[in-house]
Design a protein around this ligand. Structure first.
Ligand code: RIB
Length: 298
């Protein structure tokens, strides 16, 4: 089982700030860092570092070579990328002194994924393979429809949450945080996790759900079964890509035939390590680092 990930590739421009800038305010940044990022790229790197076979489907412009290198160095297959003469996608990220972030993404080349490319990439899939997507590229609805038609398993991380309706009924697995989960369930943002899980289950009875809960860990509902895992407590340096790391490790665990509790445990550990480090791609641990982290906590 492999992962074909239709995912954004961004140049992350990260600014260290004491507090997030407020409307009408101008502030000075204490530092600027440039990292490889993008939700899709981060998830591919995480899944590949975790040991899964990953093909990344995406696009970068002329100045995005180091994003391609980041994929390749992780072990993901970056051999099918589009290389348009369009500016590479980028993100402007503020990191405050508590390690929290605020992110603006500019799509750029990520918006160049068209139907012909989607079909070409899906043709690489075999029945049972996972097709992963987020919501930072063009073609989201087409990817879901065509992957489903081909009998591939559709995994959707709806981030940023889509403004337009999508064929959610064709999704096999949702990976959402509490806000995305509430929006998917069409419930108020302060809805309790159990209610969110129940509502998603009623709306999409064929799908299973992984609901990440920040400091409260993660719950997963598949069929009638619910699994949970707490967070591993670490000092937060930068939460950027922690969710992506979780997602990549969780799916890699599935590809490697691990059971759900083990997938949740390894993904939670990987995510905790990512939180304790700066940047997107540089923060994503290798499988050896995750195993060492878990061994220290036995
Ligand atoms: O999830 C973190 C990512 O969101 C960043 O790397 C940034 O590029 C945005 O896509």
């Amino acid at each position: 089982m492999k992962i074909i990930n239709f995912g954004s590739m961004n140049i992350d421009r990260v600014y260290d700030v004491a507090q997030m800038v407020a409307p009408g305010e101008t502030i000075s940044a204490g530092g600027l860092h440039i990292y490889a990022g993008g939700k899709g790229l981060n998830q591919s790197v995480a899944a590949a570092r975790a040991g899964a076979q990953v093909i990344h489907a995406g696009a970068v412009g002329p100045e995005g070579g180091f994003l391609v290198d980041a994929l390749t160095q992780s072990g993901a297959d970056a051999g099918h990328l589009l290389r348009p003469e369009t500016e590479t996608g980028h993100a402007v990220i503020q990191i405050n002194s508590a390690g929290q972030n605020a992110i603006i993404v500019y799509g750029g080349a990520n918006q160049c994924l068209d139907e012909a490319y989607i079909d070409k990439m899906l043709a690489l899939g075999d029945v049972g393979d996972l097709v992963l997507l987020q919501n930072e590229t063009s073609g989201t609805a087409e990817i879901i429809r065509r992957a489903h038609e081909k009998g591939l398993t559709v995994v959707f991380n709806p981030s940023p949450f889509p403004a337009e309706p999508l064929p959610y009924e064709l999704v096999d697995l949702f990976i959402v945080n509490e806000i995305e989960g509430a929006l998917l369930a069409e419930l108020p943002l302060d809805t309790q996790p159990e209610t969110i899980l129940n509502a998603i289950g009623e709306r999409f009875p064929n799908a299973w759900v992984v609901l990440t809960l920040g400091g409260s860990g993660v719950v997963c509902r598949k069929g009638g079964e619910t699994f949970a895992h707490p967070i591993f407590k670490v000092t937060a340096v930068d939460t950027t890509a922690a969710g992506d790391t979780f997602c990549g490790y969780f799916l890699a665990g599935l590809c490697l035939q691990k059971d759900i509790p083990q997938c949740l445990k390894e993904a939670s550990a990987a995510s905790a390590i990512a939180v304790s480090r700066q940047g997107a791609v540089p923060s994503i641990p290798t499988r050896a680092e995750v195993e060492e982290f878990l061994a220290e906590r036995k």
